[in-house]
Design a protein around this ligand. Structure first.
Ligand SMILES: Nc1ncnc2c1ncn2[C@@H]1O[C@H](COP(=O)(O)OP(=O)(O)O)[C@@H](O)[C@H]1O
Ligand SMILES: [Mg+2]
Length: 338
């Protein structure tokens, strides 16, 4: 049998609408399903990505695996321990970086933060000192180690949170949107630290969530698509991209001068799906069109746009991305970019 670090067994979780709201309001009986029968097995040493749009249920799954909330149904094994029966052993096996939550003391320096958390994790002082020095230098913060965290940029704080999560050298890391909102430089160095140092070199099993398709594509051994609480597909990025079948992707950038781009696209009967993106106030739109045999239709596409008074700026046949596959499977886009 394969050796798994994380196994989720039919996990479901719903929130009551208005949970945590004003206490005197009558609680509505409506619920929001955050996770619906989630089954995943993540192998030891694997870097596994959970890719899905906002509200898909990613954070809820991370919270269940880190024993912060309990599921309504199902359970999970983390490092062989049941999250419901042995939460203490689960917590000792994992390092967690949660998204959007403050996990550092801003009035302390980076080093003071790390020394404090190392004691919480019961790492012996001597070991902690050495480890803190090594990790800060690996992640490129050694020069700023004695600055207050309030003076840090959000990218630096994110790096420090990552170091905080691995002080006790856990086997398993749960990273919730580790590069959310960071500029490309920081994202790149955090991604490579996670992939090269923590996963490949140190052999840690890593579950990360993201709504950036490039992140999932570049970093992960395997990716699960999650949408509205359900796992839609699980495979390597390469194999997921072949799921789009014989369909090709034609990307057209147009200047919308006359009729709307959307109206043009709707009249093309051979399109299996399409996505129009672009700034609302700008007349420049990017259209991704999915169809079989682009060559046979390109003439008609060009003519339809020009008849409607749209000027074509560029036109290219592209390889499918994970986002294209996601759109084809769910009818929904991952996020706001691209
Ligand atoms: N504490 C909560 N109370 C009510 N609804 C919640 C709560 N936390 C999350 N949700 C809802 O559950 C769904 C999944 O949320 P979440 O797990 O945070 O998704 P993601 O991390 O993929 O954006 C969303 O519809 C969200 O609004
Ligand atoms: Mg989230």
């Amino acid at each position: 049998m394969q050796d798994y670090s994380i196994i989720t067994k039919e996990i479901s979780k719903a929130y009551r609408k208005g949970e945590g709201g004003f206490p005197f309001k009558r609680k509505s009986q409506k619920t929001i399903v955050a996770l619906d029968n989630v089954n995943l097995s993540i192998g030891r040493g694997e870097l596994f990505g959970l890719l899905g749009p906002n509200g898909a249920g990613k954070t809820t799954l991370i919270k269940i695996l880190s024993t912060l909330i309990i599921p309504d149904a199902g359970t999970a094994l983390v490092n062989g321990y049941d999250v419901l029966k042995e939460p203490g052993k689960v917590r000792a096996s994992i390092g967690v970086v949660s998204s959007g939550e403050r996990s550092l003391y801003w009035k302390l320096t980076a080093r003071e933060n790390l020394e404090y958390f190392a004691r919480l994790y019961k790492v012996p002082d001597e070991v902690a000192k050495r480890r803190i020095r090594e990790l800060l230098s690996l992640i490129g913060l050694e020069d700023r180690a004695d600055d207050l965290v309030e003076k840090y940029s959000s990218g630096m704080r994110q790096k420090l949170s990552l170091v905080r999560a691995i002080l006790h050298d856990p086997e398993i890391l749960l990273l919730d949107e580790p590069t959310l909102g960071l500029d490309p430089g920081f994202s790149k160095s955090i991604r490579s630290f996670i992939r090269e140092e923590l996963n490949k070199k140190q052999g840690k099993t890593i579950l990360l969530t993201t709504h950036y398709m490039e992140e999932a594509d570049q970093m992960c051994d395997r990716v699960a698509f999650i949408n509205k609480g359900r796992i839609v597909a699980v495979d390597t990025p390469e194999r997921l991209k072949t799921m789009i079948g014989k369909k090709e992707v034609l990307k057209v950038v147009v200047e919308e001068l006359g009729d709307s781009v959307l109206n043009v696209v709707k009249t093309l009967p051979f399109l299996e799906d399409y996505r129009v993106t672009g700034m609302e106030q700008s007349s420049r739109k990017t259209v991704r069109m999915y169809m079989k045999n682009v060559d046979a239709h390109i003439q008609e596409i060009v003519e339809s746009f020009s008849k409607a008074g749209c000027r074509i700026i560029s036109l290219s046949v592209e390889k499918p991305t994970l986002e294209d596959v996601f759109i084809n499977l769910t009818g929904e886009a991952l996020g706001d970019e691209y």
